[in-house]
Write a protein of this length. Structure first.
Length: 293
């Protein structure tokens, strides 16, 4: 935009390095966060968020991405002035907003695990319940397929039929226990997904512990047979563990929860808005102080 209030760095503030603007992506997805669009009047004290130019046009600052949007005064204002700071809920910005995107990416991965494990658990339960009825048709179909391609027929203790024979020979209680374990793991992954999506601290700890425990069998699996899928899974889970431990400061690392709260206040609080603020004075800045977006 043009001809609107510009943003200038606060005196003595260090220039920010170029980085990915998650704020712009969030505004593109969810719209700008504006306040005072329903206010009857704009006061000089509101210049951090809303300013009115000489022509009566109001410029509203997005609380998330700092863009200024021109809007006419409301025809039917519902309040006299802007609400107090305590009544304004500030959106996430900076590192906390970045972390939310990363956590939700992990949450999507965990939800996919939850769905796959849930389907597998249902399959195990159905197999355990209908095993005797499925034994004959299963062997008949697989036997016919292997015979059609010139392979061996019957149970030989190896290959597909060998695995099927062991499954059909397993104790019924064993199958139910396996199904229960898989179902419990699916529930765990689902709880992780929901907690991470909502950026809950307990979910970060839960995901860290659960994923760390899984690294042991994953590493052991690579000692027997190496595959691209196993390596990719190990790399992803290792990255998740390192990210949660270091970036989210779990178990008191790098200052722990207090440092995490301080970062949130620094990047998403009023201090963040005041570090980059409109030009001095109550009127609209000169044209050479404007920005475009």
């Amino acid at each position: 935009m043009s001809d609107g209030p510009g943003l200038t760095a606060a005196p003595g503030a260090r220039p920010e390095r170029r980085r990915i603007r998650y704020e712009l992506a969030d505004c593109a997805l969810h719209g700008h966060r504006l306040v005072g669009t329903d206010a009857a009047a704009v006061r000089p004290a509101d210049a951090l968020l809303v300013r009115e130019d000489a022509e009566g046009l109001r410029w509203h600052r997005c609380l998330r991405c700092d863009a200024w949007l021109p809007l006419p005064p409301p025809d039917r204002p519902s309040r006299d002035a802007l609400p107090a700071r305590e009544a304004i809920e500030l959106p996430l910005r900076g590192r906390p907003l970045r972390d939310r995107y990363v956590l939700r990416l992990i949450a999507v991965d965990r939800m996919l695990h939850c769905v796959v494990l849930a389907v597998l658990a249902v399959a195990v339960f159905v197999f355990a319940h209908e095993r005797e009825r499925l034994r004959g048709p299963f062997y008949h179909v697989v036997d016919a397929l292997q015979n059609g391609v010139g392979g061996p027929t019957g149970a030989h203790g190896r290959g597909l039929l060998g695995e099927a024979e062991r499954a059909f020979a397993a104790h019924g209680r064993t199958l139910w226990v396996i199904g229960a374990v898989v179902a419990a793991y699916a529930v765990l992954e689902g709880v992780e997904a929901v907690g991470l999506w909502r950026a809950r601290r307990w979910a970060e700890y839960l995901t860290f512990v659960a994923t760390s425990v899984l690294l042991v069998p994953e590493i052991y699996e690579l000692t027997g047979h190496v595959s691209a899928l196993k390596i990719l899974t190990l790399v992803i889970n290792t990255a998740v563990v390192v990210y949660l431990l270091v970036a989210k400061r779990l178990f008191g690392l790098r200052g722990g929860g207090r440092a995490e709260a301080a970062v949130r206040a620094h990047d998403s609080g009023w201090e963040a808005l005041e570090r980059v603020h409109p030009g001095p004075g109550g009127g609209a800045p000169a044209p050479d102080r404007t920005v475009t977006s």
